[in-house]
Design a protein around this ligand. Structure first.
Ligand code: HEM
Length: 233
């Protein structure tokens, strides 16, 4: 039965978002092409798989979580493999997005502790924000570093007999500290990518954003993609 509305598969913006990004299609702008979205969601899925299989191993307080994945024995073999696949997906994401994440002078602002508060209140000067803001770039490099810390310490913990006892103890500390920081960062990331900024989640599902969203959150990127000149008050 036809409703008269274009089906999502035949939608020109969706078709364009399969292969290309940073282009205008009608009233929308393609922000994340299909490859970027597949890589991002693979990272997210494997992150949560590694997390939920790792938490019951970490502490008996969260032992009940093991039932979600078939029991503690399943978690014990699943966790290192999920972690390894998570690292490989992260490596793919790093290579895929590195070109867009080059740090520029305005991004240094994000090293100031007050910047995040200003950003949340929309009080900062965002006119020169390109495709990703300084906070997003910092998040990108922080999770890449975190993933490296998790894989190095994880491999030591996976094969404890191949390393001196001291290395295993240090690896436990590094693994635990890194994953706790990771969880805090991801909770904040999910909040910013969903509830805090309506329209952002859409970009990672459909691939597109509205012109209004782009002009508001990433004005320089908007100008580069559309060719519009900056507006002066
Ligand atoms: C349910 C979980 C998640 C949701 C809802 C989510 C949502 C999003 C969205 C909407 C974007 C696009 C932001 C934009 O275009 O401006 C994004 C980008 C990104 N995501 Fe996620 N994400 C999730 C999990 C993860 C995880 C687990 C990681 C890494 C461990 C991750 C790493 C990234 C990175 C590096 C970017 C690009 C930089 C940025 O926009 O912050 N995401 N995510």
């Amino acid at each position: 039965m036809s409703s008269g509305a274009p089906s999502s598969l035949a939608d020109p913006a969706v078709l364009r978002a399969r292969r290309t990004e940073d282009v205008v299609v009608g009233d929308e702008i393609v922000r994340h092409r299909l490859a970027s979205r597949v890589i991002h969601w693979s990272v997210a899925l494997l992150f949560f798989l590694a997390l939920f299989s790792g938490l019951p191993i970490w502490t008996p307080v969260l032992g009940w979580m093991a039932h979600l994945l078939g029991g503690l024995n399943v978690c014990r073999w699943l966790h290192p493999w999920a972690g390894l696949l998570f690292f490989l997906a992260m490596a793919a994401m790093f290579v895929h997005w590195l070109g867009d994440m080059r740090l520029e002078p305005p991004d240094r602002e994000w090293l100031r502790p007050r910047k995040m508060v200003e950003y949340m209140k929309h009080e900062g000067d965002e006119a020169e924000v390109g495709k990703y803001n300084g906070g997003q770039k910092l998040f990108f490099f922080a999770v890449a570093l975190g993933a490296a810390g998790l894989i190095v310490s994880g491999l030591v913990l996976w094969f404890p007999l191949s390393f001196p006892r001291m290395a295993s103890e240090l690896a436990t500390l590094l693994h635990d500290l890194t994953f706790i920081l990771f969880v805090v960062a991801v909770v904040l990331h999910v909040y910013l990518g969903t509830a805090a900024e309506p329209g952002t989640f859409h970009s990672m599902v459909r691939g597109t954003v509205t012109r209004r969203w782009a002009r508001f959150h990433h004005p320089r990127w908007y100008r580069e993609v559309t060719g519009e000149r900056p507006r002066h008050p």
